[in-house]
Design a protein around this ligand. Sequence first.
Ligand code: NAP
Length: 262
Amino acid sequence: MDYDIAGRWAVVCAASRGLGYGCAEALAAQGVNLVINARTPEALETAAEALRRSAPGVEVRTVPGDIGTGEVQGELLEACPQVDILVNNAGGPPAGDFRDWGSEAWSSALRQNMLTPVELIKATVDSMAERGFGRIVNITSSSVKAPIAALGLSNGARSGLTGFVAGIARQPRLASRNVTINNLLPGSFATRRLTDSLEAGSRDSGRDVEELAREARQEIPAGRFGTPEEFGAACAFLCSAQAGYVTGQNLLIDGGAYPGTF
Ligand code: NAP
């Protein structure tokens, strides 16, 4: 299907690898020009080169730096001629015991996973409405629906973003102007983040990483981890012209891992 978004511009945050890269790649395949970001300049340039090779007609610009800073947010917006599509993403907060987290840990998690998306939405959404087209996708987590105790910082910050989005996505001045805001909730995807957490689990338990990975896969009805390409495909659909009637939703992509009816 032609998603009818070729020639549009997207800002994709935290996109040098993993789920953010998967979203950038799927949008580029639809002919969307990109401004991508990540902290490590070399990895970001390598990702941009790969995107240019995968979609030769598409323009790819890069803005290195921490997306949690106002300066980098400003540079991203400046680098994009007009933001038609915004994919909010950042690294996830560390796992741990809530008794060990002070205000610094909370500020960092809230800044990365709640306040940064809120700022970028605030900066872009009204001009999207004026132009009559806008697509915002926030990468959150399945932990919003099924909290993971050790990921309390993530559960808290992402739930805050989810509540915020639920309210504003339904504002008639946005929804009636073809501006949609949705959240994508990844379950377990084969990315560096997952590898890092399996390795941490292995260090803590003294068990083999592959054994832990096998157990994790067995808990997923699909019997495997998801791929960034599958994640990106869902993102591209939500950004398509055809998805204009889908807003304020939380879409789990988790191979059936969440056991509830709703
Ligand atoms: P990943 O493979 O580790 O990739 C993270 C990307 O974000 C990299 O490009 C990284 O590049 C960039 N990044 C990290 N912190 C950043 C910052 N402060 N500013 C700008 N860029 C930053 O992780 P992932 O699996 O794609 O995860 C993406 C998000 O989904 C995370 O918030 C994660 O918690 C969440 N999530 C993932 C899963 C999963 O199974 N993979 C499940 C649930 C939720 P640099 O390091 O160079 O900045």
